[in-house]
Design a protein around this ligand. Sequence first.
Ligand code: FAD
Length: 417
Amino acid sequence: MVDAHQTFVIVGGGLAGAKAAETLRAEGFTGRVILICDEREHPYERPPLSKGYLTGRAARESVFVHEPAWYAQADIELHLGQPAVHLDRAARTVRLGDGTRVHYDRLLLATGAEPRRLDVPGTGLAGVHHLRRLAHAERLRGVLSSLGRDNGHLVIAGAGWIGLEVAAAARGYGAEVTVVEPEPTPLHTVIGPELGQVFADLHAEHGVRFHFGARLTEITGHDGMVLAARTDDGEEHPAHDVLAAVGAAPRTALAEAAGLALVDRADGGGIAVDASLRTSDPDIYAAGDVAAAPLRPGTRLRVEHWDNARSTGPAAARAMLGQDVTYDRVPYFFSDQYDVGLEFSGYAPPGSYDQVVCRGDVGKREFIAFWLHEGRLLAGLNVNVWDVAGPIQRLIRAGTRLDPEALADPSVPLEAL
Ligand code: FAD
């Protein structure tokens, strides 16, 4: 039972945490809502940090989930700039960095993820960067702008979404860009080699150099400044700055120390939750990048995407209020690079599919790609084609066998399949 004297605590002030707080109030919860975040900024959205805000097209105010005044109006108690350092499940308290103890009746862990570090010599040099926070984006923006002005070189480790988006932004500033990636194509583990090549071509046309099949082994420097990036095949790329875009790790320390069930690192890690976003402790929930929710019976998937944070935060809030919640959204992601906008729905890492079918003009980068296993749709990618993510997700969810020829035929509406 939930009543007006209860206290709901949210640890993590990203999109998932902020949306959960909003939902608690929207659903009529009148108890205390406390939002704790180690960042000093009010909750903000991260996608612009590698796109509009990095390129200078989006204003700083536009990245925040709510205006600062909203939190007081909604009676959300904010502890910003305060890490939650200990979770005592028996006493139902969270201890903050300044020693304050906060009691909870229900707790939401929305602690997100943090950039993985490059484990090579030279990462302590001043010109080595990561991108997760607003302050990182602000610093990187200055770096890209001066690289562009001075014909400087940026080496990006990792051809994932963030690496590619920053490559596009850096080319916009006029910086020289080399991307080092161990796999043979960009986005390899997400979209496989067939479609990865489309993105290799896109970036090569915009002047990005790729070094595939190699790992960064050392960043050399002088007087604290970066000079070059070396790879395991003996190459050396001149560099003034290096961006490590090698993925993110879920921030599970608090949950782990408190003994909550986690998913193995090899399976993506994260806090294990059921379909109602509840952890192994019935009074503790998890949402956003840190939570690994059921994908299919017997499998859990940790989704590191904006839409997942925006939807699991509210779903967890409703579950905390005692509502019947079954979270089963199809994973969804969007990206913008140069004049290409795309949406990716579903989940189809290499090895999971046996056929890729495209409809539209891949050369012109106006197409939809479908990943199938035994005729059933696992994932779809729409590139510069709009208003199709809904029908694609319905086809994934339906799980019925599809005719590949009909899928490839633009004259057959997706709704008709
Ligand atoms: P976060 O946004 O990471 O928020 C968690 C917050 O909790 C952080 O502020 C963290 O500092 C804080 N925290 C952690 N531990 C503690 C603690 N112990 N005590 C207090 N506070 C704590 N997704 C897309 O779908 N499309 C995109 O184009 C896209 N672009 C992206 C670009 C960038 C540069 C990045 C970094 C991510 C992008 N994403 C994108 C992913 C998306 O932003 C994330 O999935 C989303 O931010 C996850 O939200 P979250 O609330 O779960 O976690």
